[in-house]
Every structure is written in structure tokens, then in C-alpha cells.
Ligand binder design. Structure first.
Ligand code: ATP
Ligand code: BTN
Length: 316
């Protein structure tokens, strides 16, 4: 059996003959040749000569061969499932029993979902659309804080790539860049006896999207649109998974997450917003910050109200 990750790694380093490769992987030369053709189909540019094979360039795809060598995680992404096209990475992880830490990634989603069944636009090869499965048991009480841990981890990573831009967290589940929506989270939890037994963290981030990719949705933006350059999706994905793993384990260990990390980066902090439920404005007030349990603190006239996630949306 050819270890495809190792195979690609070697061919990126230098030229290898078919004979050498057959020997290294303990397979026939025709198996090597077949694998070379498969890589070409994936989009690898391979120089083939009498002396052997050498990878000249790699496809901009989130395939295992490209992402695995960049992963610094110990556990998240150890089981990595890649799709060129899928309905929704969240739905896929919910459809069966997968190992803890499984990551599902797709180049495009035909039925990418936001909250309340809304559609998440997922153009091919432009963004990051992935879901992480986590199975540690946790009291239900911690769920909203856990969501903030994920949100903050992705935010922190993206901040490193958007130094001079205005990156903000829109409570409860979005990241905004220069006042437009850059990323969204869809967190599905399975609960048994007041304990969370399974969490599927779905993340959608607009990376190299052009304006035309958003079908006239003018609240949306991408890293490319705002920063005028293209970004390496593979590296971003690996960095995000690393940060999520670090923060998640710290949170599991200590049960502590400083909500101030999120609060200080909140979109519309100190501004007047409307709380909308099923299209109706149910409250209007000033965002004062975040409560320690992850709820939003709203000052309505002279009264403080705590807003819990549920079916609510925050609007200006
Ligand atoms: P809420 O405050 O309730 O989260 P929201 O408008 O952000 O409100 P979500 O359900 O979180 O709604 O996200 C889905 C919404 O995101 C869709 O209704 C659509 O307006 C928008 N959307 C869909 N695809 C994208 C995308 N690729 N980038 C940015 N925004 C998108
Ligand atoms: C939102 O803003 O409401 C959340 C959007 C979440 C989109 C991601 S893309 C990967 C994963 N699969 C889905 O179907 N949704 C999430």
C-alpha cells in the first residue's frame, strides 16, 4: 500500500525513479505509475522524465496529502475526511458514528447551512467549509461558553492574517471583517442526561471569494476582497485546527474561558442594537458586554437584560 502523504512529500523533495518508489513503498512499478496518474488527475503538475518523477506544483485543494504535513495538532484532524463536493459537512458528521476529533472538509457544499436552516453560500475552492467532531462529555451549562471558545480560536487565528483590518466578533456566532460577514459557525450538540456527549462544530469562512461569488448578498465579504490578495487555505485550515485544539483542551481542563477575550472584540459594543426574533424586534438597547455565562448584556433604558442565544438575532 502506498502511503499517499509520504509519496507526495518525497516527490516534492526531489526526483525519484519508478524503481526507487516501488522499492520504498513495497509495491510494483505499475502501482507507482497508477498513483502518479491519480495525482495528476488531482491537479499535481508532475515532471516525468527518464530519471523519474518530480512534483513541480500542487493543486489548491484541501486534500489530505496537502493538509496533513501542515497539521500541528495531536488529535483534531487525525481522522481527516475530504470531499470535493458534499451537501453539508455538518450533516455528514451527524449522519454516522465517527471517531472523536474527526474533521470533514469540502471544496464546496450543495446545501451548506447556517442557523435556523438558512443557506451558507459555499463556492468551489474559494472558502473553508469544515466541521470538527468532539466527543468529550461536558455539562450542558458550559455549552455557550464552549461556542465562544471556538469562535475566539478562529478569530485569533484570522487576526494574524488581517493585521490592519477591522476584525470583530458578532455575538453569538459570526466573524465580521470591515463591517461585513466573513465567517459563521453552526454548532450542533447532542445531549444525554444533562451532559453534552457530542459536538459538531461547523465553520464557514470566506477566503478567496470574489464579489460575484456571493450572488448579490452584500453583507458578505472575504479575506481576498478586503485585503486585496489571495490566501493559502491549507495553511489557514491547519492554523485554525491547531488553535481550536489548544483552546478546547485548555477549556476542558480548567472549565475556564475569559469572556473578556470575546467582549473586547465585540461588534457594536457600546452601540444601540435590536434583538430580533422571527422577524420581529423584541428589544432595543445598548450592548454593554458579555456576561460570564456567555450571554449578551444589553442595557434597555435603565435596565440590564441578559440575552441568551436561542432563536434570536442581533441587528443594527
Ligand atoms: P444571526 O444574527 O441570526 O446569526 P445571520 O444573518 O448572520 O443572523 P445566520 O443564520 O447566522 O444568519 O447565517 C446565515 C446567513 O448568512 C444567511 O441568511 C445569509 O444571509 C448569510 N450568508 C450565507 N452565505 C454566506 C457567506 N458565504 N458569507 C457570508 N454570509 C453568508
Ligand atoms: C451561520 O453563519 O449561520 C453559520 C454558517 C456555518 C457554515 C458552515 S460551512 C461548514 C459547515 N457545514 C454547514 O452546512 N454549515 C457549516
Amino acid at each position: 500500500m502506498i502511503d499517499s502523504v509520504e509519496f507526495v512529500k518525497l516527490l516534492k523533495e526531489r526526483k525519484y525513479s519508478g524503481e526507487e518508489l516501488a522499492k520504498i513503498f513495497g509495491v510494483s512499478r505499475s502501482a507507482v505509475w497508477k498513483r502518479i496518474n491519480k495525482l495528476k488527475e488531482e491537479g499535481y503538475d508532475i515532471d516525468v522524465s527518464k530519471e523519474g518523477y518530480h512534483i513541480i506544483s500542487s493543486p489548491d485543494k484541501l486534500i489530505l496529502e496537502e493538509v496533513k504535513p501542515l497539521l500541528k495538532t495531536k488529535f483534531i484532524g487525525y481522522n481527516y475526511i475530504y470531499f470535493d463536493k458534499i451537501d453539508s459537512t455538518n450533516e455528514y458528521l451527524k449522519s454516522d458514528d465517527f471517531p472523536d476529533g474527526t474533521v470533514v472538509v469540502a471544496e464546496t457544499q450543495t446545501a451548506g447551512k447556517g442557523r435556523k436552516g438558512r443557506k451558507w453560500i459555499s463556492p468551489y475552492g474559494k472558502g473553508l467549509y469544515f466541521s470538527i467532531l468532539l466527543k468529550s462529555r461536558l455539562e450542558v451549562y458550559y455549552v455557550s461558553k464552549l461556542s465562544l471558545v471556538f469562535l475566539w480560536s478562529v478569530f485569533e487565528t484570522l487576526k494574524k492574517y488581517t493585521a490592519s483590518c477591522d476584525l470583530k466578533i458578532k455575538w453569538p456566532n459570526d466573524i465580521y471583517l470591515n463591517n461585513k460577514k466573513l465567517a459563521g459557525f453552526l454548532i450542533d450538540t447532542s445531549i444525554e442526561n444533562n451532559e453534552v456527549v457530542k459536538v459538531v462544530v461547523g465553520v464557514g469562512i470566506n477566503i478567496n471569494n470574489d464579489v460575484e461569488d456571493f450572488n448579490d448578498l452584500d453583507i458578505a465579504t472575504s479575506l481576498k476582497i478586503e485585503c486585496n490578495k489571495t490566501f493559502d487555505r491549507k495553511k489557514l485550515l491547519a492554523d485554525i485546527l491547531y488553535q481550536v485544539e489548544e483552546s478546547y483542551y485548555k477549556f476542558l481542563d480548567t472549565k475556564f474561558f475569559n469572556v473578556k477575550n470575546v467582549e473586547k472584540n465585540l461588534l457594536w459594543l457600546g452601540e444601540t442594537v435590536k434583538i430580533v426574533e422571527n422577524g420581529t424586534v423584541i428589544l432595543e438597547g445598548i450592548i454593554e458586554g458579555l456576561n460570564d455565562d456567555g450571554s449578551l448584556i444589553l442595557k434597555v433604558k435603565d435596565k440590564i437584560e441578559l440575552i441568551y442565544v436561542g432563536e434570536l438575532s442581533v441587528r443594527v
